[in-house]
Design a protein around this ligand. Structure first.
Ligand code: NAD
Length: 510
């Protein structure tokens, strides 16, 4: 029997864990104006291990004021791109040099397996390096009309960017917004997810050490409906980059509307992995196992619906289920662990609820509850349902855990209908060796991103984002630069001034 106390003895606790987290405003750590805090739980024991300052309107006001001041008076927006780039590279160096510690804290706070948390820490560094390089290589449009006009784009940072992030891979997703926002000369207020605030608290020290000027980065912890909402409604914040659930995205859209803010929305997903009979089945099985069980299944681009062509369906299901049963669930700190603990008991209850629903909607072929030996903590065995009908809730709704639905299809058009038959459209994975079908299917599928005969391997230059309920706007590469900057068009007369003349005719005007 494993109760919380027993679990706690079976795994190490990182040294020097803080007991409280504060906000970071204008270069200093501060308590909430009203002194309020919220509890942060450790996902292995579900016991409170940390209290974080619970920000509200007054705290967001202070952070926006600091960020605004750094934007209007500070050096950051006026520095050469090369100078800002140097700071970003130093940030990347520091993150890389601390990847092990970052991964340790992230894994403890979020329940992500340590090896995967380490990969995410390195990706965070890479995000800074990428945007450091991109801003120095940035070119803007110039158009000449010979002898008449020169037209050019004056690209400018916008101001205070509000960044609101979710709890899955928190540090990496924060870097995904922080790097382009500051690389382009904006100042920021970050509101990290309340389930996982620990790694976000490290940014302040990293940025200070790298030489980021005071007030450029500000952090307000807190509950979404309080701190997040105050940021969304703040008139001094002209743009919000949000990653999270589609329903939260809808709320933020509505609340930002009166202020006509720039919005970037990276939302939920229920992505299909489509396996045709001619595919390399070994590769497809490995990839689709990783695609839904990596990061505990708490992954926006998870291939959580697998559509398999009938001739290989039975073989696929049997082999898939057998491999899923071998996926190793364990303590997040253990390098051998492939699936760790889900982030929070509320999320665990949601995922377990879907597993119960799944029992009535499909044929359970692997998992179906807690793994053996983990009677407490947020541990879920990799769970596979076969023969799932498209109207099933486990086919339609984002579960965001280690649960997958497998559905057979007979024709390419049926596969496309199934793939597109949900409200989401984030990613799609297609497995086939037929070149024409591969491209035709990829182009027809309603997804912001498609991987062909590939796992989710990203090139940072490509657009990232979804269609339908999965998001609005794309970030990634220069699209992030576009989101965080204004492109002002400047038109210059070169030759004779082109003036249609009004009011010069003596006969007119009577
Ligand atoms: P969530 O929507 O509950 O919370 C995300 C953030 O929004 C948190 O910081 C939260 O505090 C804040 N928030 C909540 N209500 C708010 C409000 N009314 N106003 C302002 N802020 C508010 O999402 P989550 O549960 O933290 O994350 C999981 C979701 O994120 C999944 O749906 C997943 O697919 C999605 N996600 C999408 C991507 C992507 O790039 N498309 C990437 C990662 C996660």
């Amino acid at each position: 029997m494993t109760d919380a106390a027993e679990l706690a003895t079976r795994r190490p606790v990182p040294a020097d864990l803080p007991e409280t987290l504060r906000h970071y405003v204008d270069g200093a750590f501060v308590e909430s104006a009203d002194g309020a805090t919220f509890d942060v739980l450790d996902p292995v024991t579900n016991e409170t291990y940390l209290r974080a300052a619970a920000g509200k309107q007054a705290d967001v006001d202070a952070a926006v004021t600091a960020a605004r001041h750094a934007f209007t008076e500070g050096p950051w927006p006026r520095m050469l791109a090369r100078e800002r780039s140097r700071v970003l590279h130093r940030i990347a160096d520091i993150v890389e040099s601390r990847d092990a510690r970052l991964a340790q804290l992230e894994s403890f706070d979020s329940g992500l397996p340590i090896t995967q948390a380490l990969g995410q820490a390195r990706r965070a560094a890479e995000n800074f390096r990428f945007f450091a390089d991109l801003v120095v290589a940035q070119a803007d449009d110039t158009y000449k009309v010979p002898g008449r006009q020169l037209n050019y784009v004056n690209r400018k940072p916008i101001g205070v960017a509000g960044l609101i992030t979710p709890w899955n891979t928190p540090f990496m997703l924060e870097s995904w917004k922080l790097a382009p926002a500051i690389a382009t000369g904006n100042t920021v207020v970050l509101k990290p997810a309340e389930f996982t605030p620990l790694s976000a608290s490290l940014w302040a020290g990293i940025f200070e050490e790298a030489g980021l000027p005071r007030g450029v980065f500000n952090l307000v912890n807190g509950i979404g409906e309080e701190a997040g909402d105050a940021l969304v409604r703040h008139p001094g914040v002209p743009l919000i980059s949000f990653t999270g659930e589609s329903s939260t995205g809808q709320t933020i859209f509505a609340n930002a509307a009166p202020h006509l803010k720039g919005l970037s929305m990276e939302l939920g997903g229920k992505s299909p992995a489509v396996v045709f009979a001619d595919a390399d089945l070994d590769a497809a099985i490995d990839a689709t196992i990783f695609g839904v069980f990596s990061l505990n299944g708490e992954r926006c681009t998870a291939g959580s619906r697998i559509l398999v062509e009938r001739p290989v369906y039975d073989e696929f299901v049997e082999r898939y289920a057998a491999q899923a049963r071998r996926v190793r669930v364990g303590f997040p700190h253990d390098p051998a662990t492939e699936v760790g603990a889900l982030v929070h008991p509320e999320h665990f209850a949601k995922v377990m609820g879907y597993i119960e629903i799944g029992r009535t909607e499909g044929r359970l072929v692997a998992g179906g509850g807690r793994p053996e030996g983990f009677e407490s903590g947020n541990f879920v065995a990799p769970t596979v349902f076969a023969d799932v009908r498209p109207e099933a809730r486990i086919f339609q709704e984002e579960i965001f855990g280690p649960v997958v639905a497998i559905t057979p299809f007979d024709t390419e058009s049926e596969a496309l209908e199934l793939a597109n038959g949900v409200r989401y459209g984030l990613a799609a994975y297609v497995w086939t060796n037929d070149l024409g079908r591969a491209h035709n299917f990829s182009q027809a599928v309603e997804a912001g991103m498609v991987w062909l005969n590939s796992n989710n391997v990203r090139d940072l230059r490509t657009p990232f984002g979804g269609v339908k309920a999965s998001g609005l706007g794309h970030e990634g590469g220069y699209r992030s630069i576009d989101f965080y900057t204004d492109q002002q068009a400047v038109h210059v007369t070169l030759g004779t001034v082109h003036n249609p003349t009004f009011g010069k005719d003596d006969a007119g005007g009577r």
